[in-house]
Design a protein around this ligand. Structure first.
Ligand code: NAD
Ligand code: TDX
Length: 340
Protein backbone atom coordinates (compact mmCIF):
# COMPACT_ATOMS: atom_id res chain seq x y z
CA UNK A 1 0.00 0.00 0.00
CA UNK A 2 2.99 2.32 -0.19
CA UNK A 3 2.20 5.43 -2.22
CA UNK A 4 4.18 8.56 -2.91
CA UNK A 5 3.41 11.73 -1.02
CA UNK A 6 1.15 14.01 -3.03
CA UNK A 7 2.12 17.70 -3.02
CA UNK A 8 -0.88 19.81 -4.02
CA UNK A 9 -0.12 23.14 -5.71
CA UNK A 10 -3.41 24.16 -7.25
CA UNK A 11 -6.58 22.69 -5.77
CA UNK A 12 -10.30 23.19 -6.27
CA UNK A 13 -12.28 23.32 -3.03
CA UNK A 14 -16.01 22.96 -3.66
CA UNK A 15 -18.30 24.46 -1.03
CA UNK A 16 -15.43 26.65 0.19
CA UNK A 17 -17.85 29.41 1.26
CA UNK A 18 -19.74 27.12 3.66
CA UNK A 19 -18.87 26.30 7.26
CA UNK A 20 -16.32 23.48 7.04
CA UNK A 21 -15.09 24.29 3.53
CA UNK A 22 -14.24 27.89 4.46
CA UNK A 23 -12.45 26.76 7.61
CA UNK A 24 -10.37 24.43 5.41
CA UNK A 25 -9.60 27.21 2.89
CA UNK A 26 -8.47 29.55 5.67
CA UNK A 27 -6.39 26.74 7.22
CA UNK A 28 -4.67 26.02 3.87
CA UNK A 29 -4.05 29.74 3.28
CA UNK A 30 -2.35 29.98 6.66
CA UNK A 31 -0.45 26.70 6.70
CA UNK A 32 0.32 26.02 3.02
CA UNK A 33 0.94 29.31 1.24
CA UNK A 34 2.51 27.32 -1.64
CA UNK A 35 -0.90 25.89 -2.52
CA UNK A 36 -3.34 27.92 -4.65
CA UNK A 37 -7.03 27.38 -3.92
CA UNK A 38 -9.90 27.84 -6.37
CA UNK A 39 -13.14 27.86 -4.42
CA UNK A 40 -16.12 26.64 -6.43
CA UNK A 41 -19.33 27.56 -4.64
CA UNK A 42 -22.92 28.16 -5.73
CA UNK A 43 -23.53 30.52 -2.80
CA UNK A 44 -26.76 28.91 -1.65
CA UNK A 45 -28.40 30.15 1.57
CA UNK A 46 -25.51 28.36 3.38
CA UNK A 47 -22.65 29.90 1.39
CA UNK A 48 -21.22 33.29 2.28
CA UNK A 49 -18.22 34.87 0.51
CA UNK A 50 -17.42 36.78 3.73
CA UNK A 51 -16.30 33.42 5.16
CA UNK A 52 -13.15 33.62 3.02
CA UNK A 53 -12.82 37.42 2.87
CA UNK A 54 -9.40 38.92 3.53
CA UNK A 55 -7.36 35.96 2.25
CA UNK A 56 -4.57 36.82 -0.23
CA UNK A 57 -6.06 37.24 -3.72
CA UNK A 58 -2.93 35.70 -5.20
CA UNK A 59 -3.68 32.48 -3.32
CA UNK A 60 -7.47 32.15 -3.07
CA UNK A 61 -9.88 32.73 -5.93
CA UNK A 62 -13.69 32.39 -5.80
CA UNK A 63 -15.61 31.00 -8.76
CA UNK A 64 -19.37 31.19 -8.25
CA UNK A 65 -20.95 28.16 -9.87
CA UNK A 66 -22.73 24.84 -9.46
CA UNK A 67 -20.93 21.50 -9.04
CA UNK A 68 -23.67 20.01 -11.26
CA UNK A 69 -22.57 22.20 -14.20
CA UNK A 70 -20.54 19.81 -16.39
CA UNK A 71 -19.54 22.51 -18.91
CA UNK A 72 -18.20 24.74 -16.14
CA UNK A 73 -16.23 21.81 -14.66
CA UNK A 74 -14.77 21.06 -18.07
CA UNK A 75 -13.41 24.61 -18.24
CA UNK A 76 -12.36 24.86 -14.61
CA UNK A 77 -10.74 21.53 -13.74
CA UNK A 78 -7.84 21.40 -16.26
CA UNK A 79 -4.69 22.89 -14.73
CA UNK A 80 -5.70 21.94 -11.18
CA UNK A 81 -4.07 18.99 -9.45
CA UNK A 82 -6.85 18.05 -7.00
CA UNK A 83 -10.52 18.49 -6.17
CA UNK A 84 -11.52 18.53 -2.50
CA UNK A 85 -15.29 18.16 -2.53
CA UNK A 86 -17.09 19.78 0.43
CA UNK A 87 -20.12 21.26 -1.38
CA UNK A 88 -23.39 19.73 -0.29
CA UNK A 89 -26.84 20.39 1.00
CA UNK A 90 -25.91 19.62 4.60
CA UNK A 91 -28.87 19.99 6.95
CA UNK A 92 -30.93 16.95 7.98
CA UNK A 93 -34.05 18.95 8.88
CA UNK A 94 -34.09 20.62 5.45
CA UNK A 95 -33.72 17.25 3.75
CA UNK A 96 -36.85 15.98 5.51
CA UNK A 97 -38.85 18.99 4.28
CA UNK A 98 -37.54 18.92 0.69
CA UNK A 99 -35.12 16.17 -0.42
CA UNK A 100 -34.88 17.32 -4.07
CA UNK A 101 -31.85 19.67 -3.81
CA UNK A 102 -30.08 16.99 -1.74
CA UNK A 103 -30.37 14.43 -4.51
CA UNK A 104 -29.32 17.02 -7.08
CA UNK A 105 -26.29 18.55 -5.36
CA UNK A 106 -25.09 15.62 -3.28
CA UNK A 107 -25.57 12.79 -5.79
CA UNK A 108 -25.60 14.38 -9.26
CA UNK A 109 -23.00 16.98 -8.23
CA UNK A 110 -20.62 14.27 -7.01
CA UNK A 111 -21.18 12.28 -10.20
CA UNK A 112 -20.26 15.33 -12.33
CA UNK A 113 -17.12 16.02 -10.30
CA UNK A 114 -16.02 12.40 -10.55
CA UNK A 115 -16.50 12.48 -14.31
CA UNK A 116 -14.40 15.65 -14.47
CA UNK A 117 -11.70 14.15 -12.22
CA UNK A 118 -11.65 11.08 -14.45
CA UNK A 119 -11.53 13.00 -17.72
CA UNK A 120 -8.79 15.39 -16.59
CA UNK A 121 -6.90 12.88 -14.42
CA UNK A 122 -7.12 14.90 -11.24
CA UNK A 123 -6.78 13.63 -7.64
CA UNK A 124 -10.15 13.64 -5.86
CA UNK A 125 -10.90 13.78 -2.14
CA UNK A 126 -14.48 13.31 -1.00
CA UNK A 127 -15.81 14.85 2.22
CA UNK A 128 -18.50 12.78 3.84
CA UNK A 129 -20.19 12.11 7.15
CA UNK A 130 -20.39 9.43 9.82
CA UNK A 131 -24.17 9.46 9.28
CA UNK A 132 -23.76 7.06 6.34
CA UNK A 133 -23.32 4.27 8.93
CA UNK A 134 -26.71 4.89 10.53
CA UNK A 135 -26.78 5.12 14.31
CA UNK A 136 -25.71 3.25 17.43
CA UNK A 137 -27.61 2.47 20.63
CA UNK A 138 -26.70 4.59 23.66
CA UNK A 139 -25.31 1.57 25.55
CA UNK A 140 -23.47 -0.07 22.62
CA UNK A 141 -19.69 -0.26 23.18
CA UNK A 142 -19.05 -0.37 19.41
CA UNK A 143 -17.97 2.73 17.45
CA UNK A 144 -18.12 3.22 13.66
CA UNK A 145 -15.26 1.71 11.66
CA UNK A 146 -14.44 2.30 7.99
CA UNK A 147 -15.67 -1.09 6.76
CA UNK A 148 -19.01 -1.03 8.57
CA UNK A 149 -22.07 -1.47 6.35
CA UNK A 150 -23.89 1.65 5.17
CA UNK A 151 -27.28 2.20 6.83
CA UNK A 152 -28.27 5.87 6.39
CA UNK A 153 -31.49 7.09 8.01
CA UNK A 154 -32.36 10.49 6.54
CA UNK A 155 -32.73 11.86 3.02
CA UNK A 156 -29.53 13.85 3.71
CA UNK A 157 -27.44 10.91 4.90
CA UNK A 158 -28.76 8.62 2.16
CA UNK A 159 -27.60 11.09 -0.49
CA UNK A 160 -24.18 11.31 1.18
CA UNK A 161 -24.01 7.49 1.29
CA UNK A 162 -24.94 7.39 -2.41
CA UNK A 163 -22.19 9.84 -3.27
CA UNK A 164 -19.62 7.80 -1.30
CA UNK A 165 -20.59 4.70 -3.28
CA UNK A 166 -20.09 6.57 -6.55
CA UNK A 167 -16.58 7.50 -5.40
CA UNK A 168 -15.75 3.88 -4.52
CA UNK A 169 -17.00 2.71 -7.94
CA UNK A 170 -15.17 5.43 -9.90
CA UNK A 171 -11.95 4.47 -8.14
CA UNK A 172 -12.35 0.76 -8.76
CA UNK A 173 -13.72 0.87 -12.30
CA UNK A 174 -12.01 3.91 -13.80
CA UNK A 175 -8.98 4.18 -11.52
CA UNK A 176 -9.83 7.70 -10.31
CA UNK A 177 -7.26 8.59 -7.65
CA UNK A 178 -9.82 9.03 -4.91
CA UNK A 179 -10.07 8.96 -1.11
CA UNK A 180 -13.08 9.42 1.20
CA UNK A 181 -13.30 10.80 4.72
CA UNK A 182 -16.33 10.44 6.98
CA UNK A 183 -16.25 12.93 9.84
CA UNK A 184 -18.36 13.37 12.95
CA UNK A 185 -20.20 16.58 14.00
CA UNK A 186 -18.08 19.70 13.57
CA UNK A 187 -18.23 22.84 15.67
CA UNK A 188 -16.39 26.16 15.50
CA UNK A 189 -16.62 29.54 13.75
CA UNK A 190 -18.72 30.26 10.63
CA UNK A 191 -21.28 27.48 11.22
CA UNK A 192 -24.74 28.36 9.93
CA UNK A 193 -27.33 29.31 12.59
CA UNK A 194 -29.58 26.41 11.54
CA UNK A 195 -27.19 23.91 13.19
CA UNK A 196 -27.49 22.88 16.85
CA UNK A 197 -24.65 24.77 18.61
CA UNK A 198 -24.91 28.08 16.69
CA UNK A 199 -28.70 27.98 16.86
CA UNK A 200 -28.68 27.77 20.65
CA UNK A 201 -25.96 30.40 21.16
CA UNK A 202 -27.56 32.93 18.81
CA UNK A 203 -31.04 32.26 20.21
CA UNK A 204 -29.79 33.12 23.71
CA UNK A 205 -28.15 36.26 22.33
CA UNK A 206 -31.54 37.20 20.78
CA UNK A 207 -33.55 36.43 23.93
CA UNK A 208 -35.16 33.33 22.32
CA UNK A 209 -35.36 30.12 24.38
CA UNK A 210 -33.22 27.29 22.93
CA UNK A 211 -35.07 24.27 21.53
CA UNK A 212 -34.23 20.64 22.33
CA UNK A 213 -35.56 17.78 20.19
CA UNK A 214 -37.08 14.61 21.62
CA UNK A 215 -35.66 13.58 25.00
CA UNK A 216 -32.35 15.44 24.52
CA UNK A 217 -30.34 12.26 25.02
CA UNK A 218 -29.17 11.82 21.41
CA UNK A 219 -25.38 11.66 21.30
CA UNK A 220 -23.13 13.44 18.81
CA UNK A 221 -19.35 12.97 18.58
CA UNK A 222 -18.03 16.56 18.46
CA UNK A 223 -14.82 17.61 16.70
CA UNK A 224 -13.40 21.08 16.23
CA UNK A 225 -13.46 22.04 12.57
CA UNK A 226 -9.72 22.86 12.57
CA UNK A 227 -8.95 19.24 13.49
CA UNK A 228 -11.14 18.18 10.56
CA UNK A 229 -9.12 20.46 8.23
CA UNK A 230 -5.81 19.02 9.45
CA UNK A 231 -7.10 15.48 8.89
CA UNK A 232 -8.30 16.26 5.36
CA UNK A 233 -4.89 17.69 4.47
CA UNK A 234 -3.19 14.54 5.81
CA UNK A 235 -5.49 12.29 3.77
CA UNK A 236 -5.11 14.42 0.64
CA UNK A 237 -1.31 14.31 0.83
CA UNK A 238 -0.61 10.92 2.45
CA UNK A 239 -3.79 8.86 2.07
CA UNK A 240 -3.92 5.57 0.19
CA UNK A 241 -5.98 5.56 -3.00
CA UNK A 242 -9.44 4.01 -2.74
CA UNK A 243 -9.39 4.13 1.06
CA UNK A 244 -11.95 5.46 3.52
CA UNK A 245 -10.77 7.27 6.67
CA UNK A 246 -12.99 8.07 9.64
CA UNK A 247 -12.32 11.40 11.38
CA UNK A 248 -13.36 11.82 15.01
CA UNK A 249 -11.89 13.17 18.24
CA UNK A 250 -13.47 11.12 21.07
CA UNK A 251 -16.01 13.89 21.59
CA UNK A 252 -19.20 12.01 22.46
CA UNK A 253 -21.76 14.15 24.31
CA UNK A 254 -25.50 14.10 24.58
CA UNK A 255 -27.47 17.11 23.37
CA UNK A 256 -28.83 18.14 26.74
CA UNK A 257 -25.29 18.19 28.19
CA UNK A 258 -24.08 20.44 25.35
CA UNK A 259 -27.09 22.76 25.66
CA UNK A 260 -26.66 23.08 29.42
CA UNK A 261 -22.95 23.83 28.95
CA UNK A 262 -23.95 26.67 26.59
CA UNK A 263 -26.63 27.97 28.98
CA UNK A 264 -24.17 27.96 31.88
CA UNK A 265 -21.51 29.86 29.90
CA UNK A 266 -24.08 32.44 28.86
CA UNK A 267 -25.39 33.07 32.40
CA UNK A 268 -28.74 31.26 31.93
CA UNK A 269 -30.47 28.77 34.27
CA UNK A 270 -30.02 25.09 33.30
CA UNK A 271 -33.74 24.74 32.48
CA UNK A 272 -34.07 27.87 30.31
CA UNK A 273 -35.00 25.98 27.14
CA UNK A 274 -38.09 24.43 25.48
CA UNK A 275 -38.65 20.80 24.56
CA UNK A 276 -39.89 20.54 20.98
CA UNK A 277 -41.09 17.70 18.77
CA UNK A 278 -38.48 15.17 17.72
CA UNK A 279 -36.88 15.00 14.27
CA UNK A 280 -38.47 12.13 12.28
CA UNK A 281 -36.01 9.23 12.02
CA UNK A 282 -33.67 11.00 14.48
CA UNK A 283 -30.39 9.09 14.77
CA UNK A 284 -29.70 8.14 18.39
CA UNK A 285 -25.94 8.13 18.63
CA UNK A 286 -22.83 8.58 16.47
CA UNK A 287 -19.34 7.54 17.58
CA UNK A 288 -16.17 7.32 15.50
CA UNK A 289 -13.22 4.99 15.89
CA UNK A 290 -10.36 7.05 14.37
CA UNK A 291 -7.67 4.35 14.79
CA UNK A 292 -6.95 3.98 11.07
CA UNK A 293 -6.34 7.70 10.58
CA UNK A 294 -4.17 7.86 13.69
CA UNK A 295 -2.06 4.78 13.02
CA UNK A 296 -1.73 5.01 9.20
CA UNK A 297 -1.37 8.77 8.80
CA UNK A 298 -0.25 9.92 12.26
CA UNK A 299 -3.13 12.39 12.74
CA UNK A 300 -4.18 13.43 16.27
CA UNK A 301 -6.70 16.08 17.29
CA UNK A 302 -5.29 19.19 18.97
CA UNK A 303 -8.60 20.65 20.22
CA UNK A 304 -9.16 17.97 22.86
CA UNK A 305 -10.79 20.25 25.46
CA UNK A 306 -14.45 20.61 24.37
CA UNK A 307 -15.14 23.07 27.17
CA UNK A 308 -12.42 25.42 25.90
CA UNK A 309 -13.59 25.00 22.29
CA UNK A 310 -17.15 25.84 23.32
CA UNK A 311 -15.95 28.98 25.17
CA UNK A 312 -14.19 30.13 22.01
CA UNK A 313 -17.24 29.34 19.86
CA UNK A 314 -19.62 31.26 22.15
CA UNK A 315 -17.17 34.18 22.06
CA UNK A 316 -16.96 34.02 18.26
CA UNK A 317 -20.77 34.31 17.89
CA UNK A 318 -20.88 37.11 20.49
CA UNK A 319 -18.36 39.12 18.51
CA UNK A 320 -19.69 38.31 15.00
CA UNK A 321 -23.31 39.36 15.23
CA UNK A 322 -23.07 41.10 11.83
CA UNK A 323 -22.20 37.73 10.31
CA UNK A 324 -25.08 35.66 11.73
CA UNK A 325 -27.86 38.21 12.27
CA UNK A 326 -29.04 38.35 8.60
CA UNK A 327 -29.83 34.59 8.58
CA UNK A 328 -31.33 34.27 12.06
CA UNK A 329 -34.92 35.47 11.57
CA UNK A 330 -35.62 33.42 8.43
CA UNK A 331 -34.09 30.32 10.04
CA UNK A 332 -36.25 30.60 13.17
CA UNK A 333 -39.37 31.25 11.06
CA UNK A 334 -38.73 28.04 9.16
CA UNK A 335 -38.23 26.07 12.40
CA UNK A 336 -41.38 27.57 13.96
CA UNK A 337 -43.42 26.41 10.94
CA UNK A 338 -42.17 22.86 11.65
CA UNK A 339 -42.94 23.06 15.37
CA UNK A 340 -39.24 23.07 16.18
P1 NAD B 1 -22.65 24.09 4.70
O1 NAD B 1 -24.11 23.88 4.42
O2 NAD B 1 -22.25 25.05 5.76
O3 NAD B 1 -21.92 24.56 3.35
C1 NAD B 1 -22.17 23.99 2.11
C2 NAD B 1 -21.54 24.86 1.02
O4 NAD B 1 -21.74 24.22 -0.26
C3 NAD B 1 -22.14 26.26 0.91
O5 NAD B 1 -21.13 27.21 0.75
C4 NAD B 1 -23.01 26.18 -0.33
O6 NAD B 1 -23.17 27.42 -1.00
C5 NAD B 1 -22.22 25.18 -1.17
N1 NAD B 1 -23.06 24.48 -2.17
C6 NAD B 1 -24.26 23.87 -1.95
N2 NAD B 1 -24.72 23.37 -3.10
C7 NAD B 1 -23.80 23.63 -4.06
C8 NAD B 1 -23.70 23.34 -5.45
N3 NAD B 1 -24.67 22.66 -6.08
N4 NAD B 1 -22.60 23.75 -6.12
C9 NAD B 1 -21.62 24.44 -5.48
N5 NAD B 1 -21.67 24.76 -4.19
C10 NAD B 1 -22.74 24.36 -3.47
O7 NAD B 1 -22.07 22.64 4.97
P2 NAD B 1 -20.95 22.17 6.00
O8 NAD B 1 -21.59 21.90 7.32
O9 NAD B 1 -19.78 23.07 5.92
O10 NAD B 1 -20.58 20.74 5.36
C11 NAD B 1 -19.58 20.65 4.34
C12 NAD B 1 -19.37 19.21 3.98
O11 NAD B 1 -18.97 18.47 5.12
C13 NAD B 1 -20.63 18.51 3.44
O12 NAD B 1 -20.25 17.64 2.40
C14 NAD B 1 -21.14 17.72 4.64
O13 NAD B 1 -21.87 16.58 4.22
C15 NAD B 1 -19.84 17.35 5.31
N6 NAD B 1 -19.90 17.10 6.77
C16 NAD B 1 -20.43 18.04 7.60
C17 NAD B 1 -20.40 17.83 8.98
C18 NAD B 1 -20.92 18.87 9.95
O14 NAD B 1 -20.85 18.65 11.16
N7 NAD B 1 -21.42 20.02 9.51
C19 NAD B 1 -19.86 16.64 9.49
C20 NAD B 1 -19.35 15.69 8.59
C21 NAD B 1 -19.36 15.94 7.23
O1 TDX C 1 -32.53 23.12 17.56
C1 TDX C 1 -32.06 21.98 17.57
N1 TDX C 1 -32.29 21.17 18.65
C2 TDX C 1 -31.82 19.90 18.73
O2 TDX C 1 -32.07 19.21 19.73
C3 TDX C 1 -31.25 21.47 16.47
C4 TDX C 1 -30.96 22.33 15.27
C5 TDX C 1 -30.75 20.19 16.59
N2 TDX C 1 -31.02 19.42 17.68
C6 TDX C 1 -30.39 18.08 17.79
C7 TDX C 1 -30.51 17.17 16.59
C8 TDX C 1 -29.22 16.38 16.66
O3 TDX C 1 -29.35 15.30 17.57
O4 TDX C 1 -28.98 18.35 17.92
C9 TDX C 1 -28.20 17.35 17.24
C10 TDX C 1 -27.33 18.02 16.20
O5 TDX C 1 -28.17 18.51 15.17
P1 TDX C 1 -27.61 19.20 13.83
O6 TDX C 1 -26.76 20.36 14.19
O7 TDX C 1 -28.76 19.41 12.91
O8 TDX C 1 -26.59 18.07 13.30
P2 TDX C 1 -26.79 16.55 12.83
O9 TDX C 1 -28.17 16.28 12.38
O10 TDX C 1 -26.18 15.68 13.88
O11 TDX C 1 -25.86 16.55 11.50
C11 TDX C 1 -24.58 17.25 11.51
O12 TDX C 1 -23.51 16.34 11.66
C12 TDX C 1 -23.25 15.46 10.60
C13 TDX C 1 -24.40 18.04 10.21
O13 TDX C 1 -25.47 18.96 10.05
C14 TDX C 1 -24.29 17.13 9.02
O14 TDX C 1 -24.00 17.88 7.85
C15 TDX C 1 -23.16 16.17 9.27
O15 TDX C 1 -23.10 15.23 8.23
Amino acid sequence: MSEELFEPHNIIVTGGCGFIGSNFVRWVAENHPECHVTVLDKLTYAGNPDNIAGLPESQVELVVGDVCDAALLDRLVPGHDAIVHYAAESHNDNSILDPEPFVQTNVVGTYRLLQAARKHDVRYHHISTDEVYGDLALDEPRRFRPDDPYKPSSPYSSTKASSDLLVRAWHRTYGVRATISNCSNNYGPYQHVEKFIPRQITSILCGIRPKLYGDGRNVRDWIHTEDHSRAVWDILTKGHMGETYLIGADGEKDNIHVLQAILERMGQPADAFDWVRDRPGHDRRYAIDPTKLETELGWKPIHTDFSEGLDQTVEWYRSHEDWWRPAKEATEKKYAAQGQ
